[in-house]
Design a protein around this ligand. Sequence first.
Ligand SMILES: [Zn+2]
Length: 281
Amino acid sequence: MPELPEVETIKRRLAEQIVGKQISQIEVFRTKSFQGDPDQIMGQTITAVHRYAKMICFHLAERPALLIHLKMTGQLIYKDGDLKVGGGHPTSDWIGSLPSKHTRVKINFTDQTTLFFNDQRVFGWIKIIDQETLAHELRNYGPDVTDSAVTPTFLWKKFQSRKIPVKLAIMDHKLISGVGNIYANDGLNLAKIDPRRPAQSLTKTEVRDLHRALLEVINSGIALGGASIKDYLNIDGLSGGYQNVVRVYQKEGQPCPNCGHELVRIKQGGRGTFYCPNCQK
Ligand SMILES: [Zn+2]
């Protein structure tokens, strides 16, 4: 599943291309993937592209807006002639011709350019959403980890009522949004904090170190265009480079970047946790 840096990257890449474009046609190939009546937004111009948690929102000149969640296997690929820009789950659709058998929605613009929403497993969605419903939807999410409202003090206060392991606390999107598995693992290693520690056991100094480390790995992810683990790593406009600087994620048996000790893998909340039993206290 794409994490904050990947979704932020897609948002930035698309914003450069589609702001100001006018929607001329929406083709829905799979009804489950598009909620709402396409006619409602026909002819509208995209005025802004925002990210909320891991969702992307296209704001339209006349309301409502289009909200998109890529979930496990979604992709957004903008195509203008030979140019392809966007990202999401890496598959052969990145390099093959479009639409593909995974194309669920095709948004055509008046200048003959196109945005494809591909989704192998059909968990992702696009929906037409009014401002009120959007605000309601966002109430389920804590502030973004990159938001200035998330300070070390904010985190420390939130941790006080939580006995759960600190790794699960930072990945709880009701507490803070945007920390997925890759960056949670790497942030804890950079801060030298044991992911199994109860969140409430962290000192104020440790929370400050963790906050700084999370911002460092996530900002590095954004700067590198996110991570593209698996195939299709070097495709301009679609892939990212964070996988080349990953600290611990999926690196069990390899040396810790802090101390050289062998990294181990355990399971927490059904997800893989990778950490150094020597320096992460
Ligand atoms: Zn170590």
